[in-house]
Design a protein around this ligand. Structure first.
Ligand SMILES: [Zn+2]
Length: 460
């Protein structure tokens, strides 16, 4: 996926903002525990702001139950564990200081049993329990409208990964799960076709062969235990797979964000990230840019996180600018423009940019930010930014219905042995989803599904 650097260099350490805390404030905390809590809170805010929290209380409880069961075997009774499902179709899991463990809904979609989930959670719990995550506190970025560089941020040592594999399997086995869960999870997440060029959970770790033999060794001679496949498939029934069209899609020349309850016209000839590929992270931030890349826009939820670090950050920026209130598509909004004459330059894609910003109090009280950036033209004016911003904001419309519906997991019990392609013809999924269904079930298109097996089909 094409990445375009958009803009906002937000927090300014010299100013005294009490609304949100900066990483430097976390590092200056009085004791190590306070610094850890502060850094973990800040990181959690940024993770949930960028990737979103998947809203399914039953599934959330389920993941927490499995996670707590595994974490209870880690011997770290002093840690307050938090297990979050992030609303992203990518296949990832992360551990952060102070007991934060994240899994994406994409990871949950591709796993196939509770034992596999327990193994993945066990691995992440082990990173916290063994103290591997502490170094993350020194890499905390400032809160800003820049993407978190997740690959660098969560990069841990190979040795730590191997140790987490081993400990994770031990925790899962002690919690009563089939210790082959890690092997199965790794095999599922390493299928060819899944995440070919996107880094994935399994790629951040030691090579598969090494991991499989390690996992087998850690599993010991008695692999009898519990898989919990039926429970797992019940828990993930209804889970969204792939992009969620409620959270922003381009259709018929308009960007439609049904969750926000609005849409706007895309500038003509602009580009935006292509469709989602299985396994790729997608994030909640929508970007688009002109063909010559001198102009771009960013639309993002500001109140997706538990707090509103990003909103505080963008508001801090807007404090520098003259702002005015307006109504847009019937919603209350505040707009402002930068730079003002304070000697601080903004950059977009290598050029000196003018930025127009809008905070809209959209559907259900949630707030969203729109930033439009245009590089300064040759005559030194910012005319392009104004015209562009006006065209976009004047095209705002209320929109409550996404152009298409999300695809969701619908488990189906197969009575007689059937080939995957026959199942597709039989309505298990759309004909263009045969490969995806095969991946979700760790099968191939020509595979025969044995009788009385339940598989994950897809439907709205
Ligand atoms: Zn790891």
């Amino acid at each position: 996926m094409k990445q375009l650097a958009l803009v906002l260099l937000v927090a300014c350490g010299a100013r005294d903002h009490h609304v949100y805390r900066l990483p430097s404030a976390c590092q200056d905390a009085d004791d190590a525990a306070e610094a850890e809590a502060c850094g973990a809170w800040l990181l959690d805010e940024m993770m949930t702001a960028q990737l979103g929290v998947y809203e399914d209380p039953a599934l959330e409880r389920y993941v927490r139950r499995v996670g707590e069961r595994v974490a209870a075997e880690s011997g770290r009774d002093d840690v307050d564990w938090t297990f979050r499902i992030l609303d992203d179709p990518g296949v990832q899991a992360w551990a952060a200081p102070a007991g934060f463990v994240y899994v994406t809904r994409g990871l949950l979609a591709f796993l196939d049993s509770e034992a596999e989930l327990a193994a993945v959670l066990g691995h992440e719990v082990a990173h916290v329990a063994a103290g591997h995550t502490e170094e993350l506190l020194h890499r905390l970025p400032e809160p800003s409208m820049r993407d978190l560089d997740l690959a660098t941020l969560f990069q841990l040592h190979r040795d730590d990964e191997a140790q987490a594999d081993q400990l994770g399997v031990q925790y899962a086995a002690a919690a009563g799960y089939d210790p082959s869960g890690l092997q199965r999870a790794l095999a599922a997440l390493h299928q060819p076709g899944l995440m070919e060029d996107a880094p994935s959970w399994s790629d951040r770790h030691p090579p598969l062969a090494a991991r499989l033999s390690l996992a087998a060794r850690a599993a010991g001679p008695d692999p009898d235990g519990r898989h919990g496949r039926r429970r797992y498939l019940e828990a993930v029934a209804g889970l969204v797979v792939g992009r969620d069209p409620r959270r922003g899609v381009v259709a018929e020349g308009r960007f439609v964000h049904a969750a926000a309850g609005l849409s706007f016209a895309m500038p003509e000839g602009w580009e935006h990230p292509e469709d989602w590929e299985p396994g790729q992270l997608h994030t909640q931030w929508f970007r688009a840019w002109s063909a010559d890349e001198s102009m771009g826009l960013l639309f993002l939820p500001l109140t997706h996180a538990r707090g509103s670090v990003l909103e505080a950050a963008i508001e801090a920026e807007m404090e520098r600018a003259p702002t005015r209130e307006r109504r847009i598509a019937g919603y209350r909004a505040v707009e402002g423009s930068l730079p003002v004459d304070d000697g601080k330059e903004l950059h977009f894609n290598g050029g000196v940019a003018a930025v127009r910003m809008l905070i809209v109090h959209a559907r259900d009280g949630h707030r969203y930010g729109l930033m439009v950036a245009a590089n300064r033209t040759e005559d030194g004016s910012h005319g392009d930014a104004d015209a562009l911003y006006r065209a976009i904001t004047e095209s705002f419309r209320r929109e409550r219905r996404p152009p298409t519906r999300a695809r969701r997991i619908r488990p189906r019990a197969i009575e007689a042995a059937t080939r995957v392609d026959e199942l597709i013809r039989d309505g298990c999924a759309r004909s263009d989803e045969a490969t995806l269904v095969a991946l979700l079930n760790e099968l191939e298109a020509e595979s025969v599904v044995p009788a009385e097996r339940t598989i994950k089909c897809l439907a709205p």
